[in-house]
Design a protein around this ligand. Structure first.
Ligand code: OAD
Length: 245
C-alpha cells in the first residue's frame, strides 16, 4: 500500500503536507479530539474564544500556561524530523500545520505555514500597536501576561474559534494546494478552513492521501487512506525515497 504513495512521491514535483495534532501525539502533546483529547475534558467555548478571554482572561491564561508547560517538555518526533528533512531537500515541499506547538520549527522545517498561530507568541489584547512578540518563558512572569507596550492584557498568539486566519497564511496554504501529492496527516479533518485544503488540492488534480490512526471525514475523499501512525509512516516513506525531488 505504501508503495503506491512512495511511487507518487517519487514522481511528484510539488508535495504539500497538512498536519494536525496527531502528528505531535507521539511527542506527548495532547490532541483535541478522540481518546484523551483536550476537548473531552475542557469546553472550547470556555477557553478558546475571544468571548471566553474577555470574560475570564486569568482562566484562559491558566489553561495556556498549562499547555505551554506541557509542550515545553516535548521533543519533535520522527514525523517532524522527516518532514523537516523534506523541506530542507526541496523548496517545492510545503508543510502547513494547524499545530501551535512549533515542534515543526524545532525540527528544522523550512517555510512552515502555521494556520493557527503559535502558543509561544503573544499579542496585545487591546491592539495598542505593539507588534506580536515571542516569549518562551514557562511560566510567564506576569499572570495573566501583559503587553510590554501598553501594560494592558496580552493574549496567546493563537487563532481562536470565531476568529479569522491570517490572509497571508491562508493564501500561502491555498497556493500550496496546487501540487502533485497532498498528504493530510494526524488531523480529524473537521475544522475549516484547514479541512477544505484537501478538497482544494484534489480539485486541482493532486493525488491525495491521509495518514491517521483512525478514520475521518477525509478518509472517503482521499485517493489513499493509510491507517497508521504518522511517526511510523513518514520514516517508512523517507526510507523508500532515496532523496526527494
Ligand atoms: P484533532 O485532535 O481534532 O485530531 C487529531 C487526529 O489525529 C485524530 O483524527 C486522531 O485519530 C489522529 N491521531 C492521533 N494520534 C495519531 C498519530 N500518532 N498518527 C496519526 N494520526 C493520529 O486535531 P486537529 O485536527 O489538529 O484549533 O484539530 C484541528 C483544530 O481543532 C486544532 O488546530 C485546534 C482544535 O480545536 C484551534 O484551537 C483553533
Amino acid at each position: 500500500m505504501l508503495e503506491t504513495l512512495s511511487a507518487r512521491l517519487k514522481e511528484a514535483r510539488r508535495v504539500t503536507v497538512l498536519t494536525g495534532a496527531g502528528v505531535s501525539a507521539a511527542s506527548g502533546v495532547p490532541t483535541f479530539r478522540g481518546a484523551g483529547g483536550l476537548w473531552r475534558s475542557f469546553r472550547a467555548e470556555d477557553l478558546a474564544t475571544p468571548e471566553a478571554f474577555a470574560r475570564d482572561p486569568a482562566l484562559v491564561w491558566e489553561w495556556y500556561e498549562w499547555r505551554r508547560a506541557t509542550i515545553a517538555s516535548c521533543q519533535p518526533n520522527a514525523a517532524h524530523d522527516v518532514l523537516a528533512q523534506w523541506t530542507r531537500d526541496s523548496k517545492t515541499c510545503t508543510v502547513i500545520t494547524q499545530n501551535v506547538d512549533d515542534l515543526h520549527i524545532r525540527a528544522g522545517t523550512q517555510r512552515l505555514v502555521r494556520l493557527h498561530g503559535s502558543i509561544w507568541e503573544l499579542s496585545c489584547w487591546n491592539r495598542c500597536g505593539t507588534l506580536p512578540w515571542r516569549d518562551e518563558r514557562v511560566p510567564l512572569p506576569a499572570q495573566p501576561a501583559t503587553c510590554p507596550g501598553c501594560g494592558g492584557l496580552a493574549r496567546p498568539g493563537v487563532v481562536w474559534f470565531g476568529e479569522s486566519l491570517s490572509p497571508a497564511d491562508l493564501n500561502a496554504a491555498s497556493t500550496a494546494c496546487t501540487c502533485d501529492v497532498f498528504i493530510a496527516a494526524g488531523t480529524s479533518a473537521i475544522v475549516y478552513p484547514a479541512a477544505g485544503l484537501l478538497q482544494q488540492a484534489k480539485m486541482r488534480g493532486a493525488f491525495t492521501a491521509e495518514i491517521n490512526v483512525d478514520a475521518t471525514p477525509a478518509s472517503s475523499l482521499v485517493d489513499m487512506a493509510v491507517k497508521d501512525a504518522a511517526e511510523v509512516v513518514f520514516p517508512q516513506l523517507a526510507e523508500a525515497l532515496p532523496r526527494l525531488w
